[in-house]
Design a protein around this ligand. Sequence first.
Ligand SMILES: NC(=O)c1ccc[n+]([C@@H]2O[C@H](COP(=O)([O-])OP(=O)(O)OC[C@H]3O[C@@H](n4cnc5c(N)ncnc54)[C@H](OP(=O)(O)O)[C@@H]3O)[C@@H](O)[C@H]2O)c1
Length: 294
Amino acid sequence: MKKNIVIFGHTGQLGRSLIKNFENNFKLNKNFTILKRRFNLQNITKIPKNSVIINCAAYTNVDQSEVNKDEANLINNLLVKETSLVCRKKNCLLIHFSSDYVFGGNKRGYTETDKLKPINYYGYTKLLGEKAIKETSCNHIIFRVSWLYSIYGTNFIKKIFQKIINNEKIMVVNDQYGSPTSCNLISKVLNKIIFDKNWYNKKKLYHLSSMGRTNWYNIAKFVIKYSKKKIKKNSSTLEATNSKKFKTIAKRPKNSYLISKKIQNELNHKINNWRYYMKDVLDELILVNEKKNR
Ligand SMILES: NC(=O)c1ccc[n+]([C@@H]2O[C@H](COP(=O)([O-])OP(=O)(O)OC[C@H]3O[C@@H](n4cnc5c(N)ncnc54)[C@H](OP(=O)(O)O)[C@@H]3O)[C@@H](O)[C@H]2O)c1
């Protein structure tokens, strides 16, 4: 019998990336049924027994989380707790995503056991979500990811790419360090986990990002250099700024580089430098742009 994979947050960038990847995977289609569900109490209660639950839903607007605290707490914490209670009762595996923003930013790089100290409300609710899952003690795998990007939704890489297309002036902070996580990397890792039953009864937390500590300015520089080689737009300019000049409602950690050695070792999956994954997404964006202009 086919096993159910319930995806919450299927309309978000990670949800859409996972679904695209899963739908293209013949082996997965043969063995699993993908159920896309909106993340709410009713659907959480209806989770089928023995399924794999992939929770991509979250309140991800970091600045608005400072304003809409109740909603951020509901999605990132309270509903996550409900999900983990149902998962325990129905013997499911919960795969959940947390954030680099659970850290305070005073270290160059963070491992899974480092001290947690969120400095904004979004990070605080993501930490509460992690704690709720651990306390419930359902089977779970939590991945802390950072600076997510894909061809879908809104993300930094797409914004820079669009500015190149529009020949705009680009200003980017150069004093926040971390590493971008491609949704394609997450898809590859989940693909391995889903096919290995040994992962179904674990209670684990991992960092999952690409190799190489960088900052937003350097990422923008790379996006511009790579894209300009392939598209005939080269009048956009890049200028560095810093967090003091570029004010936002929520504070961001200065450093949130996730060291992802643990998942590499335990899953035996090599993780490459961030440029490796970004090239693939840029190639896709360039292709979509070419088709638009034909
Ligand atoms: N984006 C990043 O840079 C980043 C960094 C670190 C960690 N993460 C984590 O990675 C995971 C995936 O992020 P993402 O970038 O794919 O997020 P996203 O694109 O913002 O998608 C969020 C998903 O959650 C759903 N959602 C939001 N508010 C909801 C509500 N009130 N009720 C029901 N569903 C709601 C959205 O549904 P609608 O489309 O209907 O709104 C959407 O499907 C999240 O756990 C996030 O915290 C993301």
